[in-house]
Design a binder for this molecule. Structure first.
Ligand code: SAH
Length: 358
């Protein structure tokens, strides 16, 4: 083994590259993340990174209230589904469903999870759930109330790089010591729209076909069976035709940023989510799109401040911890602005609280 990555995965990558040539950044990211999430539970202070639902129960509770409100205002349909993509430890779903149950919201629960290890943890938190590899096996009857928190950022990005000879796919090679990204051999000029074609050499364009494909699939399902979807992630709102200048690929291990190509399978690989593209897809799929708005504004509009005060009154010893959790979730210099919330809504479904329209 040459570097500190997952030895099994390093061998697979080396064999693949040796046999068929360099692999794309997207292929590398997809495989590295599948190994990463399959290895262990990465979440929490003892793991590699911490997510909003793991910071405080208030995060999932606000989502639960949002969903219950949507469902009530849609006329309380009898058969309906909670669907969560990449539920991690199941914390968000547990908090959301507990909070929403007070309003009579008792959906069928579907969890879409790729890691069997995490499925196992989710089973303890949510014994009533059924697990799926994708949306395809979720019932096509009854509205879907879909949640994806820090899921789209884990999907593989494709990168194209401008060289002196034109545009090339960004691919991964092994130089005898380590994996590294280089420009591939095949011309990719036709994949670049005219507005970006003249970018200076070295420019990287990034796109996430997996996220776009999934968003379109969700839009089609909402159109066919009703419901709404919440996408919460860190991202940007400024792409051109689904392409963003600059690589946003990053790796985190033990709460530190590391080189994404240094230890495949041992660090969490993510890329910023392209909310402008998600908006375009809603338009193409003929569903309404709300936001994106900052996570901080959205949570405050839903009443997370009042929720924190209530919890502090119930358990005064927790006051400081609650204040600090609230600050992490909503402050602009913490998760409040970088993290964004966007919703899709199917035909006839309500505007959705917290987006400045309801
Ligand atoms: N939503 C959770 C966990 C975020 S981590 C939270 O906020 O705490 C990303 C989650 O997505 C993990 O559960 C991971 O196993 C899952 N995941 C990542 N890529 C996936 C894929 N391609 N298919 C299915 N699940 C995936």
């Amino acid at each position: 083994m040459d570097s500190g990555g997952d030895p099994g995965l390093e061998a697979i990558f080396k064999r693949l590259i040796g046999a068929t040539g360099p692999i794309s950044v997207a292929h590398y990211m997809a495989e590295a993340n599948a190994h990463y999430y399959g290895r262990a539970d990465p979440l929490g202070t003892g793991g590699d990174f911490i997510t909003a639902p793991e910071i405080s129960q208030m995060f999932g509770e606000m989502i639960g209230l949002w969903l219950a409100d949507q469902w009530q205002r849609a006329g309380q349909p009898g058969l309906y589904h909670y669907v969560e993509f990449g539920p991690g430890r199941g914390t968000l779903a547990s908090d959301a469903l507990r909070a929403a149950e007070q309003f009579g919201f008792r959906p069928q629960v579907h969890l879409i999870e790729g890691s069997s290890r995490l499925r196992h943890i989710q089973q303890t938190a949510l014994p009533q759930a059924t697990w799926h590899d994708g949306l395809d096996s979720v019932l096509r009857e009854g509205p879907l109330l879909i949640v994806a928190n820090e899921f789209l950022d884990a999907l593989p990005v494709r990168q194209i790089v401008r060289t002196e000879q034109g545009w090339r796919e960004r691919v991964v090679v092994h130089n005898g010591e380590r994996f590294m990204p280089v420009a591939g051999a095949r011309p990719m000029d036709t994949a670049v729209p005219a507005a970006l074609a003249d970018s200076p050499p070295g420019t990287i364009l990034e796109t996430c076909p997996a996220a776009s494909g999934l968003a379109y699939e969700i839009a089609m399902r909402l159109k066919a069976q009703g419901g709404c979807a919440l996408f919460i992630d860190y991202g940007y709102d400024t792409s051109v035709a689904g392409l963003k200048s600059g690589s946003t690929l990053q790796a985190v291990r033990a709460h530190q940023k590391v080189d994404p190509f240094a230890e495949p399978g041992l660090a969490d690989l993510t890329a910023l989510v392209d909310f402008a593209q998600l908006k375009q897809i809603a338009l193409a799929g003929d569903v309404d799109c709300l936001g994106p708005v900052g996570q901080g504004d959205w949570l405050m509009a839903l009443g997370i401040g009042a929720r924190a005060a209530t919890l502090a009154r119930t358990d005064p010893a927790q006051t400081q911890a609650l204040e600090s959790a609230l600050d992490r979730l909503v402050s602009p210099d913490q998760m409040g602005t970088l993290f964004k919330v966007m919703a899709y809504r199917g035909p006839g479904w309500p505007e959705g609280a917290g987006f400045g329209t309801a």
